[in-house]
Design a protein around this ligand. Sequence first.
Ligand SMILES: [Fe+2]
Ligand SMILES: [Fe+2]
Length: 173
Amino acid sequence: MLKLFVCQICGEPHLADEVPTDCQFCGAPKKYLKMAEDYSTLWGAELTEQEKTDMEATLVLEVNATAYYTDVAKANTKYEKYERLFKALARVEKEHAEVAAKFLGVDLPEFVGEKSRGDVKADLERTKELETGAMGRYKEFMANATSDKVKNLYDALIHAENGHKELAEAELS
Ligand SMILES: [Fe+2]
Ligand SMILES: [Fe+2]
């Protein structure tokens, strides 16, 4: 029977028979998918100055990634594999941007960022670079964080970005 699960990281609901492997919205690992009754909001807590600075940097990274993947999707033929793949990546990054904005209590900024490199291989290389870079920053931000909620956010983001990096690597090989 279908059950209602809610992602502890992004707050999105899932209807599924069993706990999904990863959140289909933000890519958080299974351990963050809760039965709806057990869900509590991740954001809303006071951030330390360091957490705030890091969260602002997170929002910048996620907005750029969303804009970039959206542009790459548009640069590829509609309904073909790479258009779909980059559209899916853009959606996940947008979800990350939304969570960062909620932590900061700000409106989502406009999604402006870098543009497609002009060919799929170069875009996959750039994807690998962006995701590796984001992971490095998030490991740093996770170590800086004092709140468990902020630590959990970065733990989930690292898992999601690592999945994107591995996907780009597999496409390149
Ligand atoms: Fe999620
Ligand atoms: Fe992200």
